[in-house]
Design a protein around this ligand. Structure first.
Ligand code: CTP
Length: 400
């Protein structure tokens, strides 16, 4: 979504400046083109060189440096036109006040005044300053000017107090940035996604599990929600990123997952079964912790087959689009094609979990899409968020 997008990051001077470095890194990782503009105060916290190194572009600091580093006669207008999205992070009370009142006394505020692109403001300041009526009035003005103001988070502030005023966590900042590039094309669509590995209890402290982190399912849920879908996320892992469009249900075992899925399946349009369901569970779960015996070296746990949730639910299909995953370590395409048929689903997203950068517990995936009567299509290795975006884009264009 961010690939080749022109993002201008305005950094004003507060202790949270260092967090803007993480944002630049994420934007560059997502292949956006990032131009950093720093106010004079911001440069006292972090040098422009650090931002320039991360953004792979010279940082613009004042009208004079911008002019001398550019061929353009009026660089602030050029930068304003170049920008697809302007982010002000951290936004101090000072820069908020200037923008709200049309003051243009440095490159940052001058360019912002000339920029028609969407703007996201991430305020970060001391709680008392945040609550100050003048600051609140200015924030309301930004709202009236159609800027998106992201409320600061609560927690420890630089002054050692606890209160509201911190920048949100990096992942939440990125969610807000992604949102500005997504249209609610899935509004009205109900989606259920399962995520994470199931945990089958042996006793109160031990379980049979697998290496799944839940990242793929969570990415699918987040992107669908950002595109306007209502998402039921049935997950064994809890994820801090939440959208009002996501209803998260926490489960642990395959049986619990199946029960919840059966309940919500009829009211959904799409099922994406990204969970790594344990195929077996212990026949007996001990009520108390199993103690080791000094005379015994070998222990046996009898296992019982779990239901194949996907196979069973697809028998109840009315008009849902059903997607399964296939985690393989060999014969990827034939095994995935077998699962497509046996589980009677509309699509299998197959991945070779033995490959570096693909499958369990990593942030990337290489997916081969298997569909009935179609040739398999392999997508290049990409981040799980990009896989999710590509999948929902495909759904939107070809299925919906
Ligand atoms: N699945 C399921 N219930 C199970 C096992 C798997 O619903 N008991 C789903 C998974 O969520 C996934 C698909 O079936 O969408 C394929 O899962 P995978 O683990 O790749 O294969 P299995 O069906 O378990 O078969 P095998 O372990 O033999 O590869």
């Amino acid at each position: 979504m961010l690939k080749d997008k022109h993002v201008t990051l305005y950094v004003s001077g507060g202790i949270a400046v260092y967090k803007a470095l993480g944002v630049v890194r994420e934007l560059v990782k997502a292949k956006a083109q990032v131009q950093v503009v720093m106010t004079e105060a911001a440069q006292r916290f972090v040098t422009p060189l650090t931002f320039a190194t991360l953004s792979q572009r010279p940082v613009l600091t004042d009208n004079f440096s911008a002019q001398s580093s550019s061929d353009d006669f009026i660089p602030h207008i050029k930068l304003a036109r170049w920008t697809d999205l302007a982010i002000i992070l951290p936004a101090t009370a000072n820069i908020i006040g200037k923008i709200a009142n049309g003051i243009a006394d440095d490159l940052a505020t001058t360019t912002l005044l000339a920029t028609a692109a969407p703007k996201i403001v991430f305020p970060a300041m001391n709680t008392t300053m945040w609550e100050n009526p003048a600051v609140q009035k200015n924030l309301r003005t930004l709202d009236l000017m159609d800027m998106t103001v992201i409320e600061p988070a609560s927690g420890f502030l630089a002054e050692g107090e606890i209160g509201k005023g911190r920048l949100p966590e990096l992942t939440n900042i990125m969610v807000e940035i992604y949102k500005t590039f997504t249209k609610p094309v899935l509004a009205g669509t109900n989606v259920v996604v399962t995520a994470g590995g199931t945990k089958e209890a042996i006793d109160p402290v031990r379980f049979i599990g697998n290496k799944s982190s839940g990242k793929m399912g969570i990415a699918l849920a987040n992107v669908a929600a950002d595109m306007g879908a209502h998402v039921t996320l049935i997950s064994t892992v809890h994820d801090p990123i939440s959208s009002p469009n996501i209803e998260e249900v926490h489960v642990s075992t395959a049986i619990e997952m199946q029960k919840k899925l059966e309940e919500v399946f009829p009211i959904n349009d799409v099922l994406v079964m990204a969970a790594a369901v344990s195929d077996f569970r212990p026949v007996h779960q001990a009520d108390q912790k199993i103690k080791k015996n000094n005379d015994q070296d070998i222990y046996t746990i009898n296992l019982q087959k779990n239901p194949d949730i996907l196979k069973e639910i697809s028998k109840k299909k009315t008009n849902q689009f059903i997607v399964g995953f296939a985690a393989e370590t060999e014969n990827l395409i034939p095994y995935a094609q077998k699962k497509l048929k046996e589980k009677n689903v509309d699509m299998i997203l197959a991945n070779d979990v033995s490959k570096t950068g693909s499958g369990f517990n990593v942030d990337t995936n290489e997916i081969t899409v298997i569909q009935p009567e179609k040739d398999p299509v392999t997508w290049p290795l990409m981040s799980k968020s990009d896989v999710a975006a590509k999948f929902w884009e495909y759904y939107q264009n070809n299925v919906k």
